[in-house]
Write a protein of this length. Structure first.
Length: 686
């Protein structure tokens, strides 16, 4: 048996434990104990508690490993085996099993008004103590203690480490996420949340542990504590931290389940009944008392929230900046393997992967080195190639594909261009020279660390440096929403939309519900047409038409005149020019901006077809013509008409070049060019 006491902070044996504890001045409990008068009862109780905590941790380690000496409260006269000793479930001191019941009667840490009885109480005491000890020995792993040891040393951390129910909750989280070191911070965050709640319960509502918190009589106190921690405003019925209130609700339910299971193993009928009633109260009342107001606060915050979709021009600028910077960083690392050159190339390559693949920043950041080395390099199967176009076959051979784990365990793909593959290969080959630990499993590993570079940080830094007009919109979430939203503009089939959603790692229902065109845009552009048609009494003319096909006679002129009045224009010519520039139906111009005889014929043809009055035409600039040709060159060569959806997509993607052109302008341009090309082809045949 050991004569020395063990420190609960550093674990070292000490002859004078009180004197040694003064060296750990950063711990709140230690500072609090030594701030009390020397002869006070409260100081002695706190020091005894810390002494028992250190000895308890030491004894549990001895029982697990089967090595070392136990530290007991009273040394027996004769030599005794370890199995004859057991820890008190209240103060955690180690006593002889036969004598434990006597100590429990006068244990200073026993909750008030708790009577264990006489003879029947002896068996119950041993049962409760055995449950505590076996639970610690078998269920609380060393990984949990290691995770708790690096928490910020404050009052909340002290509460987390000193309450068994919270430690069991930590073990439950560790069982789920212990294999992923990147989730350790998430576990500590959850523990600190419940630690703050218990601290509030202790100081404000006289509920000293979570076993008392799950008693039905204390349910209302728990609700009030959650509201206080989450910053609930009684007058406004809103939360300052609504998400925290929701998280604490889920955590309390989980902890109630943990305590219920522990009570079942200890055959504690009273605690079993308490947890059963608490769970029923939670199911029936928690929503109306906490969750509903929290969800409403979150919902209200989204009203009138401006769209944060990135602009296509900004995305292009970011692409070009990353490509040029990555080329320079690649050459620098190839010439000289330094930590700075390695970090620069790693950050740029990570940002490139996120932007090109529209991946979640966290998913790309956690990419494993093993996944890169085991990427699929097999050539395209001949039978599969038969179902693909030549362009698609070339793309399959051009890109490399890596599969990584996405949200909720989904398998998602990452496509790599040859230049990115070269950069990643160089990074992998220079890891040792640049100080990356051999045991670091991440592809974007930090030198002299076991962690990885954060994708959101890399993207934010380079977005601010690339010269974009709105760099704050160039984030992984906004980029993902950008590509998902634009995919709605395209006339995709269901199976094609499924492929886009699968690549982004979305559930197809989520993709359809949350990544459609911005609702304000849809309401302004489409629903307003329906309302105006109903106002004008044109319901009969709308029969069988979709929202895209509904046209309102005289609407263009009304809007043009309204705009002219707002701008203070007094001349009729200005109204005519505005109408022509905004809503002119035919504006055929060649790429060199010269009008041909065919174009005059097409103008007359268009005027006769649409019945529109002759107005001055706005010349198509070279940039506008080139922008439309990029999208509809194939349509024109085949004489195919462009749909409104296709033209809307063209206008959106080529903004601001086509900002002065309407969808109908683009449709007319494609149609006229197609007819002109067909006539030219017929002349050449003759």
């Amino acid at each position: 048996m050991s004569k020395k006491n063990y420190c609960y902070v550093c674990g070292k044996p000490q002859s004078k434990i009180s004197r040694h504890l003064k060296t750990h001045k950063t711990h709140t409990e230690i500072v609090q104990a030594f701030s009390l008068p020397e002869d006070s009862k409260e100081r002695k109780i706190l020091l005894e508690k810390m002494r028992n905590m250190g000895n308890f941790k030491h004894n549990i380690a001895v029982l697990q490993d089967g090595k070392g000496s136990l530290k007991v409260k009273r040394k027996p006269k004769a030599k005794a085996l370890a199995g004859k000793f057991i820890h008190c479930m209240y103060c955690q001191g180690m006593y002889i099993r036969k004598e434990l019941w006597r100590h429990v009667r006068r244990c200073p840490f026993k909750p008030e008004n708790e009577d264990l009885g006489d003879t029947p109480g002896r068996t119950k005491v041993l049962g409760l103590a055995a449950t505590l000890e076996s639970t610690f020995c078998q269920q609380i792993s060393s990984g949990v203690w290691k995770l708790l040891s690096v928490m910020k040393q404050d009052e909340v951390a002290s509460v987390v480490r000193n309450y068994f129910s919270i430690i069991q909750f930590a073990q439950s989280l560790y069982n789920k996420h212990g294999q992923d070191p990147t989730k350790y911070e998430y576990i500590r965050q959850k523990l600190r949340e419940v630690g703050r709640l218990l601290l509030c319960l202790r100081t404000e509502f006289s509920v000293h542990n979570l076993e008392d918190a799950v008693k039905p009589a204390n349910f209302q106190r728990v609700v009030q504590a959650v509201k206080k921690v989450s910053g609930f405003d009684e007058q406004k019925h809103s939360y300052q931290k609504p998400s925290l209130a929701l998280k604490l609700g889920h955590t309390l339910k989980k902890i109630a389940d943990i305590i219920h299971c522990r009570a079942l193993m200890a055959e504690d009928e009273e605690l079993i009944r308490h947890t059963d009633i608490f769970k029923k109260l939670y199911t029936s009342r928690w929503s109306e008392l906490v969750s509903h107001s929290a969800l409403k606060t979150l919902s209200d915050a989204k009203y009138n929230k401006p769209s944060t979709l990135p602009f296509t021009e900004d995305v292009q600028i970011l692409h070009q900046y990353l490509e040029k910077s990555a080329e320079s960083a690649f050459c620098s690392l190839k010439e000289e393997a330094t930590t700075q050159n390695y970090a620069q190339l790693a950050k740029l390559t990570l940002a490139q992967i996120i932007v090109f693949n529209r991946r979640r920043a966290g998913e790309a950041s956690k990419m494993r080195l093993k996944s890169f080395h085991e990427r699929d390099n097999t050539k395209l199967h001949e039978d599969v190639a038969l179902g693909l176009s030549k362009t698609e076959q070339k793309l399959c051979n051009y890109f490399s594909r890596i599969e990584i784990m996405g949200k909720r365990g989904r398998k998602v793909a990452v496509l790599l261009t040859p230049s990115v593959v070269d950069a990643l290969s160089l990074l992998a080959s220079r890891r040792t020279e640049c100080g990356v630990c051999a045991t670091n499993v991440f592809l974007f590993a930090r030198p002299t660390s076991m962690s990885h570079y954060r994708g959101q940080d890399c993207l934010r830094v380079h977005a601010s440096q690339c010269g974009a007009k709105h760099p704050e919109y160039l984030r992984s979430t906004q980029l993902r929403k950008h590509v998902a939203t634009l995919s709605q503009v395209l006339n995709l089939k269901n199976n094609e939309l499924d492929q886009v959603a699968d690549f982004l790692g979305h559930d197809i229902r989520v993709h359809r519900d949350f990544y459609r065109l911005p609702v304000p845009t849809t309401q302004l552009a489409k629903i307003s047409k329906l309302l105006l048609s109903m106002e004008k009494g044109n319901l009969s003319s709308m029969q069988g038409k979709s929202l895209d096909e509904i046209e309102i006679e005289g609407l263009y002129n009304e809007i043009a005149l309204s705009d002219a009045e707002d701008s203070g224009s007094e001349s009729d010519d200005s109204n005519t020019d505005l109408t022509a520039s905004e809503f002119g139906t035919v504006e055929p111009m060649d790429i060199d901006s010269t009008t041909t005889e065919q174009d005059h014929d097409m103008e007359n043809y268009a005027d006769e077809e649409h019945g529109s009055r002759r107005v001055a035409k706005k010349v198509w600039s070279k940039a506008e013509v080139a922008a439309v040709m990029r999208h509809f060159k194939g349509h024109i060569s085949r004489g195919k008409l462009a749909t409104k959806t296709e033209c809307s997509h063209c206008k959106l993607v080529e903004d601001p070049v086509l900002a002065q052109r309407t969808v109908q302008n683009i449709r007319d341009f494609v149609r006229n060019r197609g007819i002109a090309a067909k006539r030219q082809s017929e002349k050449e045949k003759i």
